[in-house]
Write a protein that binds this ligand. Structure first.
Ligand SMILES: Cc1cc2nc3c(=O)[nH]c(=O)nc-3n(C[C@H](O)[C@H](O)[C@H](O)COP(=O)(O)OP(=O)(O)OC[C@H]3O[C@@H](n4cnc5c(N)ncnc54)[C@H](O)[C@@H]3O)c2cc1C
Length: 438
């Protein structure tokens, strides 16, 4: 070890990784962001997490909090600071099977959660990637495969345990610390280190997963048709639509993935059949599968492998012809290298906008556009054309950190309430790596 850092408290002996340690290369980077922290701390319980945070703060350095390392907006690594990595806090426990109450460590991956719940006939919707960590997603929103039937992941959180900036532990739920409970469900990265969450899961057996590939030569028509089909679809159906530009002599392609949240294959067929007529179909398959098969865990080491590191997020009420045209033009320019819609709406919009810090409860679609950093200015030019059609954004899918972005992510009165609570719970702005609330 080449570090000159002061010694860690005894409980963290062996749980600090510094440059020169054989474990360092595997721990320094995230999936999107690369880093060179002075130290990564690996606590194994809530007490050690508090000690790790205290140690990091005593150094006066930048503190990053990491669960699964898949942050796009949230920077869970840094250069020269400390990373508090809670990935060892990954226990998934059934608390009360009849009431479907579960407790999940913030360091678990969502694929792991799906695997642990499936034998009990339960699931919680998270996102489309099993490697994403519980901590980053559950503090922001969670747009997953059951969004239209069951809502966002944050809508199912019943309690949160976290270490606050001053090192104290808190438990927030509807009765105790209700303000903190509200803030953590959408802006949690600004309020502490979450060590565990309790959620209400739902009964889930097999689901039907469909995967369709279209020639997207007329991307605007496909977007409009997909939007209309999803708004008319039963809530059991949630779908993601991803566009990739074509190459020389190749048309752009669109991949439509859809989940019917149930194992009644006839109903699933009825819901899915309209999708295959949305455009020129190149390939299709549908399978009945256990939910964990949709969110496998790869466990791959992170080295900033995601090349499309400039992303923009927007939410849309409807996919109008003008909005579809603007998205298609961006794709056809060849400067925007990926555009991905997720259907939200349905149960997401049953929740009162004031119930959680994630306040967007009228939109039916989420859009993420991505490109390489060298083309970020071109991405912005396309995004400016799309802006009049957007209604808010999901911070987890956007790499910008400007005040305008924050205002779109947290429409008033949410932003003012968050700033007031920030002064109460984190007056020294320790947790500023997710997005700058101040
Ligand atoms: C390939 C990929 C697919 C994705 N798909 C979806 C999707 O389908 N739906 C969706 O909603 N999102 C999706 N996301 C976005 C994802 O939810 C966010 O990037 C999320 O922050 C990742 O969580 P993490 O724990 O892996 O991230 P990390 O990189 O570990 O953390 C990111 C940030 O979250 C905060 N944070 C992390 N852990 C904690 C904690 N324990 N306590 C407090 N704050 C914490 C910190 O501010 C940190 O900087 C996807 C991301 C990727 C890269």
């Amino acid at each position: 070890m080449t570090s000159t850092l002061p010694p860690v408290p005894p409980s963290l002996a062996g749980r600090i990784v510094v440059p020169g340690d054989a474990r360092y290369e595997r721990l320094r980077h995230g999936y999107v962001h690369r880093g060179s922290p002075a130290a990564v701390l690996l606590p194994e319980d809530a007490g050690q997490t508090a000690e790790a945070l205290g140690y990091a703060r005593s150094l006066g350095s930048v503190v990053s909090v990491r669960s699964g390392g898949h942050g796009i907006s949230g920077r869970s690594t840094n250069d020269g600071g400390v990373v508090v990595d809670v990935s060892r806090l990954d226990e998934v426990r059934i608390l009360d099977r009849p009431r479907r109450r579960i407790r999940v460590g913030a360091g678990a991956r969502w694929g792991q959660v799906a695997q642990a719940l499936a034998p009990h006939g339960l699931a919680v919707s998270s996102g489309d990637t099993g490697d994403v960590g519980v901590g980053g997603l559950v503090t922001a929103g969670g747009m997953g495969w059951f969004a239209r039937l069951h809502g966002l992941t944050v809508d199912h959180v019943t309690a949160v345990e976290l270490v606050l900036a001053d090192g104290t532990s808190a438990r927030a739920d509807a009765e105790r610390e209700p303000d903190l409970f509200w803030a953590v469900r959408g802006a949690g990265g600004n309020f502490g280190v979450v060590t565990a969450v309790e959620l209400e899961a739902y009964e889930t057996d097999d689901v039907v997963f469909a995967d369709l590939v279209f020639d997207a030569g007329d991307a605007a028509a496909l977007i409009e048709a997909w939007g209309a089909a999803l708004e008319a679809a039963p809530r059991e159906l949630t779908s993601f639509l991803t566009f990739m530009p074509g190459g020389p002599g190749r048309p752009p392609l669109a991949r439509l993935a859809a989940v019917y949240a149930g194992d009644e294959t006839r109903s699933a067929e009825r819901a899915l059949t309209p999708l295959s007529g949305l455009g020129p179909l190149l390939q299709q398959r549908a399978v009945l599968a256990p939910y964990p098969a949709l969110v496998p865990v790869s466990g791959a080491a992170h080295h900033g492998q995601q090349q499309l590191r400039a992303t923009r997020s927007g939410l849309l009420d409807h996919l109008t012809p003008d909005a579809a045209r603007a998205v298609a033009d961006a794709l056809e320019s060849g400067q925007v290298l990926m555009e991905q819609f997720r259907s939200v709406g349905g149960a997401v919009n049953d929740t009162d906008p004031a119930a959680t810090a994630y306040a967007h409860r009228t939109q039916n679609f989420s859009l993420l556009a991505a490109t390489v950093p060298e083309l970020e200015r071109d991405l912005d030019a396309h995004w400016a054309r799309l802006a009049p059609h957007l209604n808010g954004m999901y911070l987890s899918f956007d790499t910008r950190r400007t005040p305008e972005v924050l205002a779109q992510a947290f429409p008033e009165p949410a932003l003012s309430r968050l700033r007031t609570l920030k002064d109460r719970y984190d007056p020294e702005n320790v947790f500023d790596r997710n997005f700058p609330l101040r």
